[in-house]
Design a binder for this molecule. Sequence first.
Ligand SMILES: Cc1cc2nc3c(=O)[nH]c(=O)nc-3n(C[C@H](O)[C@H](O)[C@H](O)COP(=O)(O)OP(=O)(O)OC[C@H]3O[C@@H](n4cnc5c(N)ncnc54)[C@H](O)[C@@H]3O)c2cc1C
Length: 373
Amino acid sequence: MQSRSAEAIVVGGGLVGAAIACGLRDRGLDTLLLDEGDVAFRASRGNFGLVWVQSKGLGAPWYQLWTRGSAREWPGLAADLAARTGLDPALQQPGGVHLCLGEAEFEDRAARMARMKEEAGNHGFDYRMIRADELGGMLPGLGPAVVGASWSPYDGHASPLLLLRALHRAFTDAGGAYIPNATVTGGTAAPNDFRVETPAGAFAAPRIVLAAGLGNAALAPRFGLSAPVRPQRGQILVTERARSILPMPTTTIRQTAEGTIMLGDSMEEVGFDLRQSPPVMAEIAKRAVLSFPWIAELDIVRAWSALRVMAPDGLPIYDQSERFPGAFTANCHSGVTLAGAHARLLAPMIARGALDPVLAPFSARRFEGSRAA
Ligand SMILES: Cc1cc2nc3c(=O)[nH]c(=O)nc-3n(C[C@H](O)[C@H](O)[C@H](O)COP(=O)(O)OP(=O)(O)OC[C@H]3O[C@@H](n4cnc5c(N)ncnc54)[C@H](O)[C@@H]3O)c2cc1C
């Protein structure tokens, strides 16, 4: 058991916590990253790996801008991590498409994308609706069920596992302390004075960032914050390796740098149930084969399910405690996409001691009215 103090504590060593911890350490803060043991739910190890912009923020243009800002930060983050750690997160940002199977899907998608452009106003929103004949020249082997797609230049993908490992290594190489088996079970909060208890010891700091994924729901109220996140299950299938064939990712099908093809991913409201479900897996495979019939020739070599970290409105939660200055929360269901923003935009704000007004719409205070209702 150890007892230790530092300038900042980050609770949660998934993609969100690791990106923020890395950013804080890079700004010179003596930082502890406290992480639960292997019993944890870890979205960061079970996700699809998209760095995805085009569908984010309908009705919430501030989220679209934040996501796009993150996509802009990603090349710098990836290059920095590769140079510092030798671990390249395999970022590719060739643009991406959302395939539409049938006219109804195409019309619906066209309407959504038009609304996104309208809401983006002066910031602009670059996209095109593309019909199947043109799309066939961009993505080989499309099935006849695909009538078209939305395309945007902002989208891409990366290896989420390499990203997570690189963030952890960059953090510890820079002098940050990663403490595993350190589930925060209790503690006290006072302005700029936080003490937490864990099975690995007791830790104190004037600044604390709650980035514990689904664990934030229970932790946040202890620190004058709220994080009403729930699990949402997603299932993913992975094929054997194939020759390099897909030049860009789609929302549910992407070829990894190693050549496997990932097929995903469902959205299931089943609480903390992590079991896989054959009917859902069959539906994922069916849609993939309708999109690219040649996928039926490939063997599925892996499949899993994982739990997303979802706020009631699906948007991230970034907050700072009014009661206990120095306490922050960070939650999102796009921790790969937002890694650039978390390491390079959010962490500097936390290091300065306050979130910029641009993040005000992401405060969990937006749910207070609906809870009362
Ligand atoms: C199927 C699926 C597909 C997805 N696809 C994409 C995608 O394509 N692109 C994208 O951007 N995002 C995607 N996501 C979302 C992305 O994976 C998550 O946004 C991200 O992993 C969340 O990271 P996190 O660090 O908040 O949570 P987690 O990865 O869950 O990490 C939380 C950490 O906190 C720790 N913890 C919990 N409680 C405590 C405590 N009390 N004390 C100490 N530590 C604690 C846990 O041990 C864990 O390590 C997907 C998610 C799923 C499930």
